[in-house]
Design a protein around this ligand. Structure first.
Ligand code: COI
Length: 379
């Protein structure tokens, strides 16, 4: 709006910590547990717009208990990662997609808009300052959590015209634990849905995650790693990840299938990357370990439990895998549904051939070892 300030990287104030933390050994890192030294923060109010952004020592924030984020869940976030490759450069992976999605998510819960290029520039400044925290080991990275919360201190159910934007960083290894080369198991949930037509499943809102926690606990108690989310028998997502199945047409033609973005599916950056890379094999690139005689056909199409059962019975369901920023690409070994398990072939490396090829190529791009379509952005 005219007269209110935009988020402006040229007005950034940086206060460097006087007591830098010691970095724990990578083998002790658990996802999301360790935070770095600094955070980026800016606030919004309707009179002034965005405040001057600040990078300052990581620490608690003080909020009014009546804040909209506590009362009505006006919280949106992103998951991104910073990588350092063998050339020592610090990189982000397709960060423009995260910025655009975050702006869309904020709009969905009536939080203020922000300049996506400005936020990306600020994140790059933060990542440069925190670069000593990026583990220089394949499969490890610095997880970034940009967040916007509504801070209007009022119990009326109206849009929060005050907001706080912050970005925190956490060094991370494999989401399911170091050395976990195993395939994960999924339990299809027929009682609870994660998303529905016209709902918020296609946005990255914190309020999508809270209702999944109890079903997740229940799946674990039944011996499964994650929930497979369904809607009227159609697969939507798996845990907090997108879902893919690989189905054989014949020896040289395999379909790589994921549900379409119909509003019930989060438009994942890794999801989009897997579709694009699958579609490119072998005509535009050859994915690691896959023969050039094999053609992958990427499809965004409805995927039902009946489809999975039928393909499995026909011996055509070659692989299933889950993808996301946190997990990258993780193989699925077993899907519980209707009191039986669909059991998929086991692979020593934890991923079937397509999941392995996509995982390796995506990590190569993220670490700057393979150039592809400008996806890897140097900070
Ligand atoms: C991600 O993959 O980055 C996610 O946001 C999923 C989860 C950690 C919330």
């Amino acid at each position: 709006r005219p007269g209110v300030a935009e988020l402006d990287p040229s007005r950034l104030n940086v206060t460097v910590t006087q007591s830098p933390k010691s970095i724990p050994p990578v083998e002790t890192l658990k996802f999301g547990q360790t935070m770095t030294d600094h955070m980026l923060i800016a606030s919004y109010d309707p009179e002034h717009g965005w405040s001057d952004p600040e990078i300052k020592p990581y620490g608690p924030i003080c909020l009014d208990p009546a804040s909209s984020c506590f009362q009505y869940s006006t919280n949106v976030f992103e998951g991104m990662k910073a990588y350092v490759g063998p050339d020592g450069e610090v990189r982000l992976f397709r960060p423009d997609l995260n910025m655009a999605r975050m702006r869309r998510s904020a709009g969905r819960v009536a939080l203020p808009p922000f300049d996506t290029d400005a936020l990306l520039t600020l994140i790059q400044r933060l990542v440069q300052l925190e670069s000593r925290w990026i583990p220089n080991i394949q499969g490890y990275s610095l997880y970034l959590r940009p967040t916007i919360i509504g801070t209007r201190p009022n119990l009326g159910v109206t849009a929060s015209d005050h907001a706080l934007l912050y970005v925190i960083c956490s060094p991370a290894g494999p989401y399911f634990g170091a050395g976990s080369a195993r395939q994960i198991s999924l339990l299809a949930n027929v009682d609870v849905v994660r998303s529905w037509p016209g709902g918020t499943g296609g946005y990255k809102l914190a309020l999508n995650y809270a209702p999944t926690l109890k079903p997740q606990q229940s799946a674990e108690l039944q011996g499964y790693n994650q929930v497979l989310w369904l809607l009227d028998g159609k697969v939507t997502e798996a845990g907090a990840m997108n879902f893919f199945a690989v189905v054989k047409q014949d020896e040289n033609n395999w379909d790589v299938i994921t549900p379409p973005l119909d509003g019930t599916i989060l438009p994942g950056v890794t999801r989009d990357s897997c579709i694009a890379l699958s579609a490119a094999h072998p005509s535009r690139t050859t994915l690691p370990h896959l023969p050039e005689t094999l053609h992958l056909h990427a499809h965004e199409r409805t995927l039902t439990m009946s489809d999975l059962k039928q393909w499995h019975a026909e011996g055509r369901l070659l692989e299933a895998f889950t993808v996301g920023t946190a997990v990258v690409v993780t193989g699925v070994g077993r899907i519980g549904y209707d009191r039986t398990d669909i059991v998929l072939p086991e692979h020593a490396c934890g991923r079937g051939p397509v999941a392995r090829a996509l995982y390796e190529r995506i990590v190569e791009i993220q670490e700057g070892k393979f150039e592809w379509e400008g996806w890897s952005v140097v900070c």
